[in-house]
Design a protein around this ligand. Structure first.
Ligand code: FAD
Ligand code: UDP
Length: 399
């Protein structure tokens, strides 16, 4: 009998497995339908021997000391500050837009104060900033919006920025200084030996069993457990009863090139002419030394693995209905980017999982339910004794 069945071995699932096993003495089965742990942060060495991220570039950054210290128990860190250039008007210029971007793009030599005036003179006055178009146009005006944001966003989301919540383009600030880092978080570092090694270390505990290449629907009726933690898409869990929640996908095209680096910085964004949004050169991120390098192109897609929840009011409305169903369930918990339909970075998912762990372990009563082998999917068997658990009635005592 497992205390917890955890669906999904990404950040959300692995953090909870680790905490529940090592801090609460719980027996955990964590499963993933993929052939590996790590979820979308999974990395591995390709044929050329270069460490690559299978699901696109993952750069760790956080302002949370708690999250950074927590993960630091499972990996050493390599300090890394990500920098991105955008290919605009035939030049490579810093994005987020900063002082250098403006001076290079327009052949000017403005100071920080002057560039502030430059932005002010072009910014459109918008009383209530609601959309991703409003965010940019109200800060830097329409011309820079067109050059850097409109085309990229259309490609990435297949929506005009005016159809997306403000939070999407608000991820990318505007600066009047020359700071060309993509992030300004207090902690910016990569796991020294990669994400997968970090996940292996998290899940390496006698109370944790890992099962891969298994959809939870295949085993949920045959393996007894008390609680489930679900980190997959929430609409799929509820059999799409309120319709499909849109998730945006990507196709990744990897190429190994015969030179130490391919481009001048970790990522180059292509807002306009190309069908892809960006190219990432992995060795900047990983710090690996190698005579070759591997790069990845990202081509946005409607179909495929669900990578991005799409933040806009109509989707939030559908999610709210699923969330209400989820809230009614006593022994299933929903956490992570797909299960809570939130455009979260890795550190936010870790924080969300740590919060759920605290909630689960400060409960005063023991689980009141047990999911028995042989029960229909999602059917719960209520036990009469709320504090005592929990031999399954059919005598199967776990695997
Ligand atoms: P996931 O990693 O998606 O894990 C969920 C797991 O559940 C998956 O492995 C899936 O196979 C499994 N699963 C789903 N359904 C089932 C089922 N029915 N049965 C069994 N298993 C199931 N964040 C950053 O902080 N920095 C970045 O630079 C960054 N870059 C990103 C780039 C891309 C292209 C993408 C897509 C995301 C990026 N992120 C980044 C976000 C980051 O990937 C997520 O925040 C994080 O991985 C979410 O973890 P999770 O556990 O919630 O979900
Ligand atoms: N964005 C853009 N141009 C850029 C970079 C970002 O228009 O050069 C917009 C785009 O809508 C993108 C969003 O800002 O989806 C968030 O960018 P971020 O780099 O955070 O995306 P992620 O790394 O999550 O894919």
């Amino acid at each position: 009998m497992f205390d917890y069945l955890i669906v999904g071995a990404g950040f959300a699932g692995s953090v909870l497995a680790e905490r529940l096993a090592s801090k609460a003495g719980k027996k955990v089965l964590i499963i993933d339908k993929r052939s590996h742990i790590g979820g979308n942060a999974y990395d591995y060495y390709d044929k050329a021997g270069i460490l690559i991220h299978k699901y696109g570039p993952h750069i760790f950054h956080t302002n949370s000391k708690e999250v950074f210290d927590y993960l630091g128990q499972f990996t050493e860190w390599r300090p890394y500050e990500h920098r991105v250039l955008a290919s605009v008007d035939g030049q490579l210029v810093p994005i987020p837009i900063n002082l250098t971007t403006i001076n290079k793009l327009y052949g000017l030599n403005l100071s920080s104060e002057q560039v502030e005036g430059f932005f002010e003179s072009r910014a459109e006055k918008i009383d209530r900033v609601k959309t991703s178009e409003d965010v940019v146009v109200s800060k830097v005006g329409r011309e820079l919006y067109e050059k850097f944001f409109r085309g990229y966003t259309k490609k990435q989301w297949d929506l005009d920025p005016s159809e997306l919540d403000a939070s999407v383009t608000a991820r990318v600030p505007t600066r009047v200084n020359k700071d060309d880092r993509y992030f300004t978080d207090t902690y910016q570092a990569m796991p020294l030996h990669g994400y997968t090694k970090m996940f292996e270390s998290m899940l390496n505990h006698p109370n944790i069993k890992v099962m891969l290449q298994t959809d939870y629907k295949e085993i949920v009726d045959s393996i007894p457990f008390k609680y489930m933690i679900y980190t997959g898409p929430i609409d799929s869990y509820f059999d799409y009863c309120y319709g499909k929640l849109p998730y945006r996908s990507l196709e990744f095209k990897f190429e190994t090139v015969e030179s130490e680096s391919f481009q001048p910085t970790g990522t180059v964004n292509y807002p306009n002419e190309q069908p892809y949004t960006r190219i990432t050169d992995f060795k900047y991120l990983t710090g690996q030394k190698h005579s070759k390098t591997t790069i990845v192109y990202e081509y946005p897609q409607a179909e495929g693995d669900p990578y991005y929840p799409i933040p806009r009011p109509e989707n939030a409305e559908i999610y709210r209905k699923y969330q209400q169903l989820a809230a009614q369930m006593d022994n299933t918990f929903f956490v992570g980017r797909l299960a809570t339909y939130k455009y979260y970075n890795m550190d936010q998912v870790v924080a969300q999982a740590l919060t759920l762990f605290k909630k689960l372990t400060t409960k005063t009563t023991e689980p009141a339910y047990v999911h028995t082998a042989g029960a229909a999917t999602n059917q719960k068997v209520a036990l009469l004794k709320p504090n005592g658990v929990s031999k399954p009635s059919n005598g199967i005592n776990g695997i």
